[in-house]
Write a protein that binds this ligand. Structure first.
Ligand SMILES: [Ca+2]
Length: 498
């Protein structure tokens, strides 16, 4: 008698943009509660050591879709266009009979391939009344972006082809810059005394690339980032991460898109903030702290909208009887700085931007309440989804299925080190030098290039904030030598020896 056919899971791949683990309560956030993301973790698996292979938006998305590093999938930085002719996990699922859809932020320049339907934001997308491209036809939609993407996702689920499993990529813009919360979340974190990160006043000693970046909280723009109208200050000398953009013009374009009603709610909240700033503008250290507080309030406000909307979709799965047999993934395209080292943004191989949230729930096959501490990567997502779906994983995929890690059958040869590489310099934003490196459970070795040739070595156990560069220290000579050879091995294995 043939074995009964195993039921394949539906796939719900939820991704946000720039969501730091420090802003997720399942990871112990001191800043916010995220009950719905926590629910996925509680009913499934939380990965505590999940890392990105290139900490910037489009490259991470390409790595997730293909299961390959940037040097092989061809998307190294945000200037590149994704080659949609290559195999991706949605395309392979589609070929295996899944109904596939991509809804929300895509950000890969070329049109999506491998989807039965797609409804994507144009470029970075807008928080209010965004332009939505539905299978090639663009139109402006009225509403708040996180709500709209969710409504589109729910509409897809309600009207899906019930004779086939579905794979839905449900991808948010939030909490990406310039951090505009929904009207109902304005001021949600205003009365909280948000703690100043330990490393907020970092002096970057021994770390020239960290000193040379342009992503300090102190350099956030008053208009675009902090929502102060141009008439309420004399001059803004902040760099904002790029000399090529006019922040006030960018701010105008996002503010002016609002409807009269949206703007009334917005102004009701921000007008008093503007008036207080105009009456008594903070300066020096007080201005830096004011900027951090303003930034975090808005960032967390967009996370509140994100978490609430994820809850709507989880509720739908429950109501439709789909929860048990749907593999739900929550992740973000990389981590983000929430004032650590005095920064916002990402890019560096330092922990806050290297770490990405990852939690997976699949009640029919994965035991609830697990925590996995092994090192996993964004290139593992594609093979993991394919593995659970029973679809063969192409030989040239570089990531590994996470299935054994959640089945309690950890392979003895699971990776003991990860490889990272960042490219975007000197073009692009934030002046972060190109670099590559290796991280083990305890140590990290980084080589910065571009207009510098500089090595850094950290002991994450004694120095989790990565403030003391140990490279060249006599006490660490043998650790340094081992890391150099591990790095060379990884570059060979991963075919990145350029
Ligand atoms: Ca991003």
């Amino acid at each position: 008698m043939p074995a009964p056919k195993t039921q394949v899971p539906n796939i719900l791949f939820i991704m946000s943009d720039d969501h730091a683990i420090a802003a997720i309560s399942a990871y112990g956030s001191q800043l916010i509660e995220t009950p719905n993301i926590d629910r996925i973790a509680r009913e499934g698996v939380l990965f505590t050591s999940s890392f990105v292979t290139n900490s910037i938006c489009a490259p991470s998305r390409a790595a997730m879709l293909t299961g390959k590093y940037s040097h092989l999938n061809g998307l190294r930085d945000n200037r590149d266009t994704f080659d949609g002719s290559q195999p991706t996990f949605p395309k392979l699922l589609q070929q295996a009979g899944y109904q596939t859809a991509m809804i929300g932020k895509w950000h890969l320049k070329s049109e999506p391939t491998g989807f039965d339907e797609w409804r994507i934001l144009t470029g970075q997308g807008q928080y209010y009344n965004p332009v939505l491209n539905v299978n090639g036809v663009e139109s402006e939609v009225t509403g708040y972006v996180t709500d709209l993407i969710t409504e589109q996702a729910l509409e897809f689920l309600q009207n899906r082809d019930r004779s086939r499993p579905f794979a839905l990529l449900y991808q948010h813009k939030a909490p990406h810059r310039n951090w505009m919360p929904a009207a109902r979340h304005l001021g949600l974190y205003a009365d909280r005394d948000l703690p100043l990160p330990e490393t907020f006043r970092d002096n970057y000693a021994g770390r020239p690339a960290a000193a040379a970046q342009d992503m300090r909280i102190a350099d956030l723009w008053l208009t675009l980032d902090l929502k102060i109208h141009p008439e309420n200050f004399a001059v803004d000398d902040a760099s904002g991460g790029s000399p090529d953009w006019d922040p006030t013009e960018m701010w105008r374009s996002s503010y002016d898109r609002m409807t009269t009603e949206q703007r009334a709610a917005w102004d009701a909240y921000y007008q008093p903030i503007n008036e207080a700033f105009r009456a008594d503008p903070p300066t020096g250290e007080a201005l830096d702290k004011w900027k951090l507080q303003r930034y975090l309030e808005d960032y967390l406000g967009t996370v509140a909208g994100l978490d609430e909307n994820i809850g709507r979709v989880l509720d739908y799965l429950d109501a439709a009887g789909l929860a048990a047999n749907t593999l739900v993934v929550y992740t973000s395209d990389q981590g983000f700085y929430l004032g650590e080292h005095g920064w916002y943004d990402k890019r560096f191989m330092y922990e806050e931007s290297l770490r990405m949230p990852l939690t997976i729930r699949y009640p029919a096959r994965i035991a609830a309440g697990q925590t996995v501490d092994e090192m996993v990567l964004n290139v593992d997502f594609a093979p993991t989804v394919l593995d659970f779906a029973g679809v063969p994983i192409p030989d040239d995929v570089q990531g590994h299925s996470l299935r054994p890690l959640v089945d309690g059958s950890l392979p003895p040869d699971w990776r003991d080190a990860i490889y990272y590489r960042y490219y975007e310099f000197p073009h692009g934003w934030h002046s972060v030098r190109p670099h590559y490196g290796v991280r083990t459970a305890r140590y990290k070795l980084i080589h910065f290039e571009g207009d510098m040739d500089h090595w850094e070595l950290y002991d994450l156990e004694s120095d989790p904030n990565e403030l003391v560069n140990l490279y060249g220290s006599k006490d660490h000579a043998s650790v340094q030598k081992d890391l150099h050879s591990r790095l060379a091995e990884l570059r060979r294995e991963l075919r990145d020896e350029s």
